[in-house]
Design a protein around this ligand. Structure first.
Ligand SMILES: [Zn+2]
Length: 254
């Protein structure tokens, strides 16, 4: 998973969504709303197509699914599912891009805390690596153990479970990306005069699955290949890390 940075909708599209939400709220109060039908009837509209394009830009190169970051993001996902929560169905902050598989696994499942807050990771509001961990040997995504909680992140546990982020196919793909990142470090170990900017760019190009967020700010900071590189070229890494941290926290990535 990777952090996604939400972009601004055009005024016209925002007004269109507001209008649709008002109509949906009214139909819901009258008990005649069919959320699936209401959404399907509008997906060809100019404004929904425009916001679909915007979600694609937010997802970055390849328009990857915002949950598994592996398959192509083919569908607009309602983070709060539209049938049980129609009051969010036309709200821009509730819309993400997902692949068919993640969409099917998620369905109308939406675990929540006792206080009502969602227990799934919304990558447009949360840093996924605060809640997820990665095992470089198996390639598996798991919930992150949080020292502050003395337990695994409940959000991580639920997200992995509901979206099946530990599925076998993903393990292989995440492992491939991890190896590519390690190879970039190895290449730069042989370039003592390399520039931090070049290293950062090469890592970003290699990072198809958002694993840089695990290395920087996530629980992968002490991962052996990274720790070795840091020791080998501390200045180069420091320079690169500043650039990557900025990217990961403000979305200058793609
Ligand atoms: Zn997916």
């Amino acid at each position: 998973m990777r952090r996604v940075f939400r972009r601004e909708l055009s005024v016209a599209a925002a007004e269109y969504l507001d209008k649709q939400q008002t109509a949906a709220d009214r139909a819901f109060r009258r008990g005649i709303l069919n959320a699936v039908k209401a959404w399907a009837s509008l997906t060809r509209s100019m404004h929904i197509r425009a916001l679909r394009r915007l979600l694609g830009q937010m997802a970055g190169p390849g328009e990857r699914c915002m949950y598994c970051v592996d398959s192509h993001g083919s569908d607009i996902d309602h983070f709060w599912p539209k049938t049980p929560y129609p009051q969010h169905m036309f709200r821009w902050p509730n819309l993400l891009l997902c692949c068919t598989e993640c969409g099917r696994f998620k369905g109308t499942k939406f675990p929540r805390q006792d206080n009502g807050q969602p227990l799934l990771i919304d990558p447009s509001t949360e840093n996924p690596w605060d809640h997820l961990d990665f095992d470089p040997i198996s390639g598996r995504l798991t919930a992150r153990y949080r020292l502050d909680l003395g337990d695994y992140s409940p959000m991580g546990v639920q997200t992995v479970q509901v979206l099946r982020l530990d599925r076998e196919h993903l393990e292989g793909q995440y492992r491939k990306t991890y190896r590519r990142l390690c190879r970039v470090l190895e290449d730069f170990e042989e370039k003592p005069d390399g520039a931090g900017q070049d290293l950062a760019e090469a890592l970003k190009r290699a990072d198809d699955h958002g694993l840089l967020g695990w290395w920087i700010g996530g629980s992968g900071a002490e991962d052996p290949p990274l720790a070795r590189f840091r020791k080998h070229g501390p200045d180069l890494w420091r320079e690169c890390e500043v650039i990557l941290s900025r990217t990961l926290s403000a979305g200058h990535a793609s």
